[in-house]
Design a protein around this ligand. Structure first.
Ligand code: SAM
Length: 328
């Protein structure tokens, strides 16, 4: 079952992202004569075989689920967690900032649960390559098997290796490097060698603490990386709300009315009491705005949550640019 290509019909043995609700999507392998049982009812897998991905299937109790085609975005939401993982907000920002595109050859370490790897494989396909490094043996084995099962093994090479101790053992090969490691600064020297030496390249490190960022920046400076920039990725929720559209005259009337009320607190209190009784006086009518004149706006909350990490980016310069004598 490939996460890289789109398949129209569900076959036995395929992976399905079963959508039970907004916050509940589960990965399932379609297995003949098995059933998925949940609080909504029983859903026999046999009913799924031959259906189109995206179909709605209904249980005997009339409840329903959707059978979605797994994509890297969905996989990030449903994958079995073996480590902390990267989510789409960070992955998309990193991909854009590292200039990842079809044909890019890049390094990532560590592989972890393979969340980042799945998205990147699709971004760099069909001609690019991801060299992924993981020092935890079991995690490396599981990720290697998953990449194979998901039809990504021609795009990803998984290496079981401690990159801080033994480096990447690659030279003059990649355009980009992404490090999600506890001590990324220990891998900077080896990453430098792995870049295509006669082209510019980009590196990104993902670290939760400022102390890690500072040590990484020191290493990047020592190895002559340039344009070192750090971002904090935060989640900002937008709320879509209808608001009343005001004409200039509406606004003037409203200000006048507020002004009048401020000057006459007694009248203001009476007006409020009237409004509570659902009565209207002429002033209210005057400032009343046509309810049909609404527009939809999106507003953000001022408080932002969702700090995952600091993302530090830097540029690798071609060797000739670094070694060139200073111009007179
Ligand atoms: N980015 C991954 C994802 O989205 O699923 C998660 C990476 S996880 C947070 C960090 C991984 O780095 C762990 O699996 C850990 O075993 C691995 N790791 C830590 N130090 C390492 C090293 N020196 N060499 C290779 N892998 C290492």
């Amino acid at each position: 079952m490939s996460l890289h290509k789109y398949k129209r019909y569900i076959d036995e043995g395929d992976l399905v992202a079963v959508y039970l609700g907004r916050d509940s999507i589960k990965p399932m392998i379609v297995t003949k004569d098995e059933s998925h049982v949940n609080k909504f009812g029983t859903f026999p897998h046999n009913d799924w075989i031959g259906k189109e991905y995206g179909s709605k299937v209904v249980s005997s109790r009339g409840t329903f689920i959707y059978l979605l085609h797994p994509t890297p975005e969905l996989w990030t939401l449903i994958l079995p967690h073996r480590t902390q993982i990267l989510y789409i907000a960070d992955i998309s920002f990193i991909s854009a900032y590292l200039d990842l595109k079809p044909g890019t050859r890049m390094i990532e370490s560590g592989t972890g649960s393979g969340s980042f790897s799945h998205s990147i494989a699709r971004t760099i396909a069909p001609t690019g390559h991801l060299f992924s490094f993981e020092f935890h043996e079991r995690r490396a084995e599981i990720a290697r098997q998953e990449f194979k099962d998901h039809g990504l093994d021609h795009l990803i090479t998984l290496n079981h290796r401690d990159v801080c101790r033994d480096g990447f053992d690659l030279s003059d090969t990649v355009n980009a490097v992404f490090l999600d490691l506890p001590a990324p600064w220990e891998a900077v020297a080896s990453a430098k060698k792995a870049f295509k030496q006669h082209r510019t390249g980009k590196i990104c490190t993902f670290s939760p603490c400022m102390e890690q960022v500072m040590r990484t920046v020191t290493a990047l400076n020592e190895h002559q990386f340039v344009d070192i920039t750090m971002f904090e990725c935060l989640i900002r929720n937008y709320e879509v709300q209808p608001i009343k559209k005001l004409t200039v005259q509406d606004a003037i009337n409203s200000i006048r009315s507020m002004d009048a009320k401020r000057r006459d607190p007694q009248a203001n209190a009476e007006a409020k009491a009237k409004r509570r009784r659902n009565e209207f006086d002429e002033t209210d009518k005057e400032t009343d705005v046509d309810d049909t004149a609404e527009m939809i706006v999106s507003r953000t909350r001022t408080e932002m949550k969702g700090h995952t990490s600091y993302l530090t980016f830097a540029t690798f310069l071609p060797v000739e640019a670094v070694q060139a004598p200073a111009s007179e």
